[in-house]
Every structure is written in structure tokens, then in C-alpha cells.
Design a protein around this ligand. Structure first.
Ligand code: SF4
Ligand code: SF4
Length: 318
């Protein structure tokens, strides 16, 4: 493989754009080495515990911070669609908003901010390239997260190819909810594949995430086969959500399933947290899991033993 260690922006017409809602730099929890995490918009799931609700739609979204608002009304005056409306909860009617950003520009109290920016692969690589020395020295690289990044599979493919061309390692955090055609082009570009299995029961899965798990479980095998063929690491991750899947027998069932996947040796348990709950209010939405507690450390250790009993290496967190 030809590897360039110096990136030069290509002199070409502006390429395909993808919607990115965050870049988190210097992460050490989302794959090997020091990594930048690129968060892409769009997701077919609606998990009740989602900590990035602003990512779910494939569109930029205005977030409202009530504590900063002084009620000056500037935002209402400039809004071309009537979406900015101080009389409604959350202050933005997202069904009318076209994400023009005019309200954000005139909000001098920083009560409004735009989440999500359409960007080209070149623009994104230019930003990520600032940390290329850290990636190279630590064996790190880029982790793609979301949302469900495979919603924007054409942009994702271009981005991964560019990362590979620079010699950066690639990782993904995914729901595994994608077509076989998309998996066949994306999985071979990933060095470190992290996929959620949230529940084994399809009806419970659907009640808490909005979709059945049948496609996800089927894809889990297909991804395992590709990862084995190309020598990529494949890790199953289980967010532990009290009331949904924290029961020992549910975790045992997921661990049994994971251990049946060809080549899978690692399962990570991710304890529930409510760090994204404030974003729901910023979008004028209710957070359904309000009051749910993070599982105790001792309980997570107990679940870890259950996973290990099924023959897998288990880690709590990242
Ligand atoms: S412009 Fe900002 S501070 Fe003024 S009413 Fe709108 S959101 Fe509140
Ligand atoms: S982004 Fe544009 S359309 Fe949306 S609320 Fe603000 S001014 Fe109105």
C-alpha cells in the first residue's frame, strides 16, 4: 500500500460534503493510541438513553441554552421562517427551522448555538491533520462515531480512504444497523471495529431503541467474517442501561451471542450515564430516563465476571 505521510489539500472542485456535529481531540478511550473522534450526524435508532440526541437527524440543529437567554427577541426578528418563537418550550420550532443560523448570529448572549456543520473531506482532513504527530507516535488515528456514521456512507468511505492514505489507523463506533452493501465497502477500511449489541430480545430492543435487533445481529456475523479476513480487531460493546439490559441474564445472553461470533474475544461494558440529558431540554424535548442512576461499580464488576465466564475478555468502559 502506498502511504503518504504528508497531506496536501488537493486542488480540485469542492467534493462531497458530510454533516459533522463534533470533533473530540486527544481521546484515549475510543481505540488504540491517541485519537480524534469525528461525530457524524444521522441515526436510524432512537435509543432512550442517547447522549447525543442532536445527532439523530441528518440536519444541523439550533440548540437553546435557557440559562443564557435574556428575552431580547433579536432571534425572532431575524428568523425568516417563524421557527424562532420565544413562546414555545425550547424556543425553536424544529419543524420550521431551516438552520440558516441567522438567530445564532444575533444572539449576543450565547443562548443559541448551531450543532452540525456540512464539511468536505478535505476540510475535515485539514483539521485532523493538526494532530497527525500524536497519531503517528501513539499508534492512534481517527475514530468515527455518531449518530450512526454509516448513514452517511459515501462521505464516510471517502474520509476513511483519506485517513488510510495518510497512514492513520481507523476505528468506528457503530450500531451495526446498515445494509450489507454498505458494510461490504466500509468494514474493510476499519482497523478497530466497535459495535454495540444492546439486547438479544427483538421486542425489548425495539421498545427501547425504535428498531428490532434482527438486522444488527445478522450483521454482527457478517462483520466478524470480514474482520477475520482482513485481520481487524472486532469489539462488542454493551451499554448497561438499568431497566433495559442490566439484568444478569440479559448480559449473559449478549455475552453468549458475542462469544459465538467468529474471532470475537473482547466485550466492553459501558455503564449508563446521563451526561447528555441536558441536551434534550436544549432541543425542547423530554429526557425519558430522568432519575435513572449509573450502575454501581460493584455491580459492573459482577456483570464483568458473567461476561468472562462466557470466555471473553471484558473491560468496563471505553
Ligand atoms: S437572541 Fe438570544 S438572548 Fe435574545 S431572545 Fe433570542 S435566544 Fe434569548
Ligand atoms: S436557524 Fe434560521 S430558521 Fe432556524 S430558528 Fe434560527 S433564524 Fe430561524
Amino acid at each position: 500500500m502506498h502511504v503518504n505521510f504528508k497531506w496536501e489539500p488537493e486542488k480540485k472542485e469542492e467534493g462531497r460534503k458530510g454533516l459533522v456535529f463534533n470533533i473530540q481531540r486527544f481521546s484515549v478511550n475510543d481505540g488504540p493510541g491517541i485519537r480524534s473522534i469525528v461525530f457524524l450526524n444521522g441515526c436510524p435508532l432512537r435509543c432512550k438513553w442517547c447522549c447525543n440526541p442532536e445527532s439523530q437527524e441528518l440536519r444541523a440543529i439550533v440548540m437553546f441554552k435557557a440559562q443564557n437567554c435574556v428575552g431580547c427577541g433579536n432571534c425572532e426578528v431575524v428568523c425568516p421562517t417563524g421557527a424562532s418563537d420565544l413562546s414555545i418550550p425550547g424556543k425553536i420550532d424544529h419543524s420550521k427551522c431551516i438552520a440558516c443560523g441567522k438567530c445564532v448570529d444575533v444572539c449576543y448572549h450565547r443562548a443559541l448555538e448551531m450543532s452540525g456543520k456540512w464539511t468536505t473531506v478535505d476540510e475535515l482532513i485539514k483539521e485532523l491533520y493538526k494532530d497527525t504527530i500524536s497519531y503517528r507516535r501513539s499508534g492512534g488515528g481517527i475514530t468515527i462515531s455518531g449518530g450512526e456514521a454509516m448513514v452517511q456512507h459515501e462521505f464516510l468511505e471517502e474520509l476513511l480512504q483519506a485517513c488510510k492514505g495518510l497512514g492513520w489507523t481507523t476505528a468506528i463506533e457503530t450500531t451495526g444497523y446498515a445494509s450489507k452493501e454498505v458494510l461490504d465497502k466500509i468494514v474493510p477500511l476499519i482497523d478497530y471495529f466497535m459495535m454495540d449489541i444492546k439486547h438479544i430480545d427483538k421486542d425489548v430492543h425495539k421498545a427501547w431503541t425504535g428498531v428490532s435487533n434482527e438486522l444488527i445481529l445478522k450483521n454482527a456475523f457478517h462483520i466478524a467474517e470480514i474482520c477475520q479476513q482482513i485481520g481487524s480487531q472486532y469489539i462488542i460493546r454493551v451499554p448497561i442501561i438499568p431497566g433495559f439490559n442490566s439484568d444478569p441474564e440479559v448480559v449473559r445472553g449478549i455475552a453468549k451471542f458475542a462469544s459465538s461470533l467468529p474471532g470475537v474475544k473482547d466485550l466492553h461494558l459501558l455503564p449508563y450515564h446521563d451526561l447528555g440529558s441536558n441536551k434534550y431540554a436544549m432541543m425542547g424535548k423530554d429526557y425519558e430516563l430522568f432519575g435513572v442512576q449509573t450502575p454501581e461499580a460493584d455491580y459492573m464488576e459482577y456483570l464483568k465476571e458473567i461476561v468472562e465466564y462466557e470466555g471473553l475478555n471484558c473491560k468496563i468502559g471505553g
